[in-house]
Ligand binder design. Sequence first.
Ligand SMILES: [Fe+2]
Ligand SMILES: [Fe+2]
Length: 302
Amino acid sequence: MNTEVKSSIVTRRIPFEFTDDINAHWNPDKPEFSQMWNGLSLTMPFLEPYLIRTMREGLRLVDDPMVLADGAAFMAQEGQHYQVHQRFNDILKNNGYPELAEIENDMKDYYKKLGKKPLARKMAYSAGFESMTLGATRFIIEERSKNFLHADTRVASFWLWHMVEETEHKNCAYDAYQAACGGYFTRAFGVLHGTWGVFWPGVRAAVLMLKKDGLWNNWRSRLRFYRSLASFIKYVAPYLLRSMMPGHNPRSEKDSEWVKEWLNSYPPEATLAEAPLVDTSTPEMPVPKMKFIDDGVIHATT
Ligand SMILES: [Fe+2]
Ligand SMILES: [Fe+2]
């Protein structure tokens, strides 16, 4: 692999800390929203290792040093994401939802089977999922004051960090697909395939947890869940449709100012003193200050 070209994408090892008493309803005002995102979190330690394996396999066919460097950075970021999700999910399962293990087993089988498909199909799944994710990012960022107000900042901040990095590496899976395989129809199908492959087990897990909470048969709660889902779909659908257009390229999607500010305030060579936590007590939820260690001294961004 050519190592002379350096990717601008940063690998951040962020020390998010989850204690064993973390509440599944980490936004006490929005248990349905919390469970929806807990359901999506459950999928990540299955999806993201698959994205890494597929990228690694695909890069063997790529010569472009920039695509190779970005692909390596993509794998490093996704590796960090799923490890944090895994820690969070384990606490969730231990705190009253051991039945989630059944959905996890199904996902294990699903990605094992998917792993045997032709490389173009697998890379299109990755590229499609990653393009669609930009809609989920926009939803999380723009609706943060609505959805994360009074929420447990550890959970809100880790989802926001994940989504910030999804924006940062938005081109990687697409570029790798174009360089290794190419082809419009497979890529367009990959958008639907990748979206459904994650969305369905995520919703299934959310419904299981809401049933366990005794909320699923409460019509007000059910309505709030559907509203939350509809609001998510409203953001994601245009990205999904644009991603399926011929000639679409994720780099043409505009990045949110909050995301740019988060990325610019992170010192790339720094060792963080603690995880950057968003102030969820205020609806503005500005970009958190980054506290980092330099020469043994803790500094904070202004
Ligand atoms: Fe990720
Ligand atoms: Fe990603």
